[in-house]
Design a protein around this ligand. Structure first.
Ligand code: 5GP
Length: 177
């Protein structure tokens, strides 16, 4: 088990490179079968999912497309509070089968907002594929259709996930000590 220091915090290996790549092969096999004739559109959520999406998508062998989007939050007026906007979706998704590719589902609030935003464009279906999920933290009725790893409630970094923008380039997933 290796240890790393990122800024002021120490982390130890939680999921190795081999475990990640083996699990991605299993997940993609399931997706290739389930979506064989549906030309799905993968929507990868920036920034955290970019490495997961790149590795997952290279295991997808069926006709499909991928695009990258971002949920941006900003302060609205006093009556609207924090506004969450979906940016980067510049194609028509009506009638399309969407697979959201996310780094980690924690409370599920981000995914709930994302699905709500997408439903307004009348896709044929929306499913969620997440690298990680912390089931004990879930606060919504969101269903994560494909989960690579369920993990305990400990802060993780690496393989695209950051701590204060650092650590995304780590090849394994590390959890805080
Ligand atoms: P949710 O809306 O499900 O509570 O939060 C999802 C977002 O919180 C993720 O996309 C990610 O940006 C962030 N997040 C939640 N848990 C962790 C964690 O353990 N590590 C990192 N790096 N980000 C996390």
């Amino acid at each position: 088990m290796s240890k790393v220091r990122v800024l002021d915090k120490a982390f130890e290996t939680s999921i190795t490179k081999d475990e990640i790549s083996n699990r991605i092969k299993e997940l993609s096999k399931d997706i290739n079968t389930a979506y064989a004739d549906r030309n799905p559109l993968f929507l990868a959520i920036l920034n955290g999912a970019f490495i997961f999406a790149a590795d997952l998508y290279r295991e997808i062998t069926i006709p499909s497309e991928i695009s990258f989007v971002k949920m941006a939050s900003y302060e609205g007026t006093a009556s609207t509070g924090v506004v969450n906007e979906l940016i980067g979706l510049n194609q028509d998704i009506s009638g399309r089968h969407i697979i959201i590719v996310e780094d980690i589902v924690d409370t599920g609030l981000t995914m709930k907002m994302m699905v709500d935003r997408l439903m307004a464009f009348h896709p044929a279906s929306v499913s969620i594929c997440a690298l990680l999920q912390k089931p004990s933290k879930l606060q919504t009725d969101i269903k994560v259709d494909y989960v690579a790893f369920e993990i305990p409630d400990r802060f993780v970094i690496g393989y695209g996930l950051d701590y204060d923008q650092q650590g995304r380039n780590l090849k394994e997933i590390f959890s805080i000590i």
